[in-house]
Design a protein around this ligand. Structure first.
Ligand code: HPA
Length: 286
């Protein structure tokens, strides 16, 4: 499998997708574990299985459908990645971030990331939704950053600024829509880990100490790559479980629990995202 890509590859794959859909959306979303049903809310969809898209990575994880769904949500054109691949599946970061580069070449300028995450903040309950205000890319900080390697300046800067990684205008719109819907939307810091093992209690206490509110095994690499390419980025964590911070509690973390919480989180996120799209013009364009 190819794992070194150039701008020509991104443009080639974007052109392939453009031939398969009548839509030209500028907003894209990535759906995390258990959140796939959100794509069912898309009207008049053109669906492309990842397996049919050249060089697209295929997820091996239950709960990740592997389909690009392009259509209308709340009257606005959107591109939805129903399922994603993760670092723990063994994919190199070039593969994990390929779909984002392709989206940018396609014309996407705003990316909304969603994930299922463990709640580090003791105030969070399974089923809650957190607006990602900022992130700690722990995997990137120890030397696995998706932007390592040669930099094509036509794609983005060598040393991108990330002080505004999650877009302020979009975050404000999300909070305003949530307030209007009576949805409690936490605001917090997402910590990106490699996984696939869940954290030990000592690791959970460490992640709390460094300022994390929620943690999971995705999102941070995608956010960095999308921002590098000039996209506006927004992110939501669906809290699927409380990360276990003490030993000898008899509590356990499981993927089943993560998928089950999706049933609570999905309708909340659908309403929030539809509400945002309906008021989209309030968030200034990039
Ligand atoms: N830890 C890491 N990743 C996760 C968790 C968790 O508790 N829940 C869902 N994804």
């Amino acid at each position: 499998m190819k794992n070194q890509f150039s701008r020509q590859d991104y443009e080639r794959i974007a052109a392939f997708i453009a031939e398969r859909t009548r839509y030209r959306p500028r907003v894209a979303m990535v759906l995390g574990s258990g959140l796939s049903p959100l794509a069912d809310a898309v009207a008049n969809a053109d669906s492309l299985p990842y397996a049919e898209i050249p060089d697209f990575p295929l997820s091996s994880v239950i709960g990740h459908a592997g389909c690009l769904v392009i259509g209308e949500l709340a009257g606005r054109e959107v591109m939805i990645m129903q399922g994603r691949v993760h670092y723990y599946e063994g994919y190199p970061l070039e593969q994990i971030t390929l779909p984002l580069r392709v989206m940018r070449a396609f014309g996407i300028d705003t990316l909304i990331l969603t994930n299922a995450a463990g709640g580090l903040n003791p105030a969070y309950q399974p089923g809650d939704v957190m607006l990602i205000e900022d992130q700690i890319n722990l995997v990137g900080m120890i030397g696995h950053n998706p932007l390592m390697g040669p930099n094509d300046a036509a794609l983005g800067p060598r040393f991108p600024n990330l002080s505004d990684l999650y877009d302020r205008g979009l975050r404000q719109l999300a909070l305003s829509v949530a307030a209007a819907q009576g949805l409690t939307l936490h605001r917090g810091v997402y910590v990106g880990l490699a996984g696939p093992a869940f954290e030990t209690p000592a690791e959970v206490r460490f992640l709390r100490m460094i300022g994390g509110d929620a943690t999971g095994m995705s999102t941070t690499n995608e956010a960095v790559t999308a921002r590098h390419s000039g996209m506006r980025v927004l992110g939501f964590s669906g809290i699927s479980n409380a990360a276990i911070a003490a030993i000898d509690t008899d509590q356990e973390a499981s993927h089943e629990e993560v998928l089950a919480a999706g049933a609570l989180i999905t309708p909340r996120l659908i309403a929030l995202l539809q509400g945002m799209l309906a008021r989209w013009d309030e968030a200034a364009s990039p």
